[in-house]
Write a protein that binds this ligand. Structure first.
Ligand SMILES: [Zn+2]
Ligand SMILES: [Zn+2]
Length: 294
């Protein structure tokens, strides 16, 4: 941990300084954008009565959060990041969600799924077999800005892209380099993805790491289907996972769409090393005599 972090956060702990940070953004079309402000504009945005008192607080924000340019003051990268998180409610909001029905069946028993939220964590669980299918955080901004009928799709998109970014080597939290591994235990495989900079980590089925692989996206598209209709809590019965080898690790992920089958071979570092498309032979039909020709 950076030894300056506690001091950097301590500098934010004041109402005047918060007012300065907020005044350095402008809201256009509901979006907060960085803005350049003069000393006087900033002073007037606060409740400070003297410029001496105001100057003291402004100094506490420089140069970490606010920098001076020829045109006035503006937010630094850290300042903008803090303001965005405050605006999105990351530090202050806590969302709970009463259970809502999930239109997809339970991947374990085909029973009914529901989603419920507690303290910004959304859990999809089965009301029949009572298993939790997944439980993942969803930021307050996500809860606040999506209508209930869009919420589940937004939650799904949020996480499938995070898994994709992690597999492709870039942490969705901080941009850091990720460590990727497929672990096999008792003939079952899991992907372990972890950021080497901030420690953000994910453990998920190998299938989820290839959900957005170009071969999978095009496989669905060519059959006039959309892989995004298959959410992370149930990708569908057309998906299979087989451990071909534990050492070296090789997992075959199979995706059947209509009569077309796609196989992806996934190696130790979660990379797709081979893909293969085959057409599933239709079952042999008995010859039915043509009555009119008889
Ligand atoms: Zn179930
Ligand atoms: Zn990270």
């Amino acid at each position: 941990m950076n030894t300056d972090a506690s001091e950097a956060f301590a500098r934010l702990g004041n109402g005047t300084r918060m007012a300065i940070l907020e005044a350095l953004t402008t809201v256009e079309d509901g979006r907060a954008r960085p803005a350049v402000r003069s000393f006087t504009e900033l002073f007037e945005a606060t409740d400070e009565e003297t410029t001496a008192g105001f100057s003291y607080h402004l100094r506490q924000l420089r140069d970490e959060y606010v920098e001076k340019t020829d045109d006035g003051y503006r937010l630094t990268y850290a300042g903008l990041k803090v303001v965005r998180e405050i605006t999105a409610g990351t530090y202050t909001e806590r969302f709970d969600l009463d259970p809502i029905a999930v239109p997809d069946p339970c991947p374990f028993c085909a029973g009914a799924l529901e989603a419920a939220g507690e303290d910004n964590v959304l859990t999809v669980s089965c009301t029949d077999c009572e298993r939790d299918v997944l439980s993942l955080p969803f930021p307050p901004g996500g809860h606040a800005t999506h209508d209930e009928d869009e919420l589940l799709a937004a939650f799904d998109r949020h996480h499938r892209h995070r898994v994709r970014l992690m597999r492709e080597g870039s942490c969705p939290e901080c941009g850091g380099a990720t460590r990727r591994a497929v672990d096999v235990e008792d003939e079952r495989a899991h992907a372990d993805l972890e950021c080497s900079a901030c420690g953000y980590a994910l453990r998920c089925p190998v299938s989820l790491t290839v959900l957005e692989h170009p071969a999978v996206v095009s496989h669905y598209y060519e059959q006039s289907e959309d892989v995004r209709d298959h959410p992370v809590w149930n990708v569908g019965s057309g998906w299979t996972e087989t451990v071909l080898s534990a050492d070296p690790v090789c997992v075959r992920v199979g995706v059947r769409v209509g009569d077309e089958h796609l196989a992806l071979l996934v190696g130790k570092d979660c990379s797709v090393v081979h893909t293969e498309r085959t057409t599933v032979e239709p079952p042999e039909r008995e010859e039915v005599p043509d009555a009119t020709a008889a």
